[in-house]
Design a protein around this ligand. Structure first.
Ligand code: GLY
Ligand code: MN
Length: 445
């Protein structure tokens, strides 16, 4: 094991978040005397490794698929478990037994069954609706008694997607139950909470970022002419897996012209001396993501032209990181003189390279790599985000991106990935070092 992976299982964080959520809902809905908030978990899918839905995880810390969780405005909490015709624990390591035995510690008042038993142990968003019979009737009683129904129903294409398709099914024509009307959306409240990280989340981010840095050390050590991009990727992901972490997003390893393709996904390109390789990778550990990019020269040293572009990208990043403080914006065209993205673009424009910077400067980082949080609000202490300028010149087969992860504090930015070299000479030295380490290892083998 390369990293201490002792799980941090302390439910006090999620319990406090739920209290804060209820407080904010009551502030926004002063006339709500009663009400219930329902969150649905993600569903299993044989084509993907299961990962809990981000909001669900943030408010519950629970990793089981197919479950639901309700919070009433009086604080009562219920974990809703699919009815199963077999023991779920026979099929996978599930949380339910632990949570049932330790419900007080997990802040769960009741554990109830969602509805009639599913075939075996898996529930799907399109399972028959009577699999949700019990939660529907429980919610009905609250709504019929004048309570409000709250859930996440964000106005975007990519969040809470399976859950929204399930909610839509409850909207069946002629249905008379409470879930048949659209819930009141609280996604803006939840996203605002997630945008501001607490000390515990910073600790988890540090750990994911540390593992990501180790992945970069492995990448630096696998640059050699004749290697295939897939070999570099494999060495990176070996480190993640051996650290009991996952990839936060599909690893990007692009050599030569592929370095200019922003979300390059293939891995069959060969590394040639003279090429640059963009390595944009992130480990996800305990549900928090790192997202770091470095650009490496295959030969171990940059050419003069590569140095020129590399240093410009680095200067842009350093210029922005030094400026950023609470009150600035990550990206806001209406506030362009305080918008980090627009300032970076202007900096590169003034040096003749603005047209080669073709993506956003950065994004929030947390449970999701592109984390939730409004870009219409200025940055504040507790925000964590990336700064990742890049220059891409396909005609020269030359792409350079440098990305680090930053934590906004009252005084300015703290770089969470400070330990990962990025100055040109430090990159060259890091590659030389890992080359020498490999030779020593081979000699000792
Ligand atoms: N690391 C990939 C991205 O930020 O889009
Ligand atoms: Mn990124």
């Amino acid at each position: 094991m390369l990293f201490d992976t002792t799980a941090i299982r302390n439910f006090s964080y999620v319990i406090n978040r739920r209290k804060e959520l209820v407080k904010r809902i009551k502030e926004e809905h002063k006339d709500a005397k009663k009400g219930i908030v329902i969150f649905f978990a993600n569903f299993e899918d044989e084509q993907r490794i299961f990962r809990q839905e981000s909001f669900f995880y943030y408010y519950t810390g629970i990793e089981d698929p197919g479950v639901a969780f309700s919070i009433e405005l009086d604080g009562t909490t219920t974990l809703w478990v699919p009815g199963c015709s077999v023991s779920r624990a026979d099929w996978y390591l599930c949380d339910i037994d632990f949570l049932t035995k330790n419900s007080k510690q997990a802040g769960i008042d009741h554990v109830k069954t969602l509805g009639t038993p599913v075939k075996k142990f898996t529930i799907h968003p399109f399972s028959p609706l009577d699999r949700y019979k019990e939660i529907i009737s429980y919610t009905n009683a609250i709504v019929n008694d004048g309570g409000m129904l709250f859930s996440l129903d964000p106005d975007n294409a990519d969040q809470y997607v399976e859950q929204r398709s399930l909610l839509s099914r409850f909207l069946a024509p002629n249905a008379s139950h409470a879930l048949a009307s659209r819930p009141v959306d609280i996604s803006h409240i939840a996203a605002n909470m997630r945008r501001k990280k607490d000390a515990h989340e910073i600790e988890l981010l540090y750990k994911a970022i540390d593992i990501t840095c180790m992945g970069h050390e492995a990448a630096a050590g696998s640059m050699a002419a004749g290697n295939i991009e897939a070999e570099v990727k494999a060495r990176i992901e070996y480190i993640f897996t051996a650290s009991d972490a996952y990839t936060a997003f599909p690893s990007i390893v692009g050599a030569g012209k592929n370095s200019t393709v922003l979300h390059y996904q293939q891995s069959d390109g060969e590394l040639h001396d003279g090429d640059l390789v963009v390595v944009d990778i992130g480990a996800r550990d305990n549900y928090y993501c790192g997202d770091l990019t470095r650009t490496y020269p295959v030969s171990g040293s940059f050419t003069e032209r590569q140095k020129e572009i590399y240093n410009l990208v680095l200067e842009t990043q350093e210029y922005i990181a030094a400026l950023a403080k609470p009150g600035y914006w990550l990206c806001n065209a209406d506030e362009s003189d305080k918008s980090l993205h627009h300032l970076a673009k202007k900096y590169l424009d003034e040096r003749g390279y603005g047209k080669y910077f073709i993506h956003g400067l950065g994004h929030y980082l947390g449970i999701d790599t592109h984390d939730v949080g409004s870009y219409k609000k200025p940055l504040e202490a507790g925000n964590v985000f990336t700064i990742e300028p890049g220059i891409y010149i396909p005609d020269e087969k030359l792409g350079v991106r440098i990305e680090d992860n930053y934590w906004m504090t009252k005084k300015g930015l703290v770089c969470l990935s400070e330990q990962l070299p990025k100055k040109l000479e430090d990159i060259e030295q890091m590659m030389q070092q890992s080359f020498e380490d490999d030779q020593t290892e081979e000699a000792n083998a």
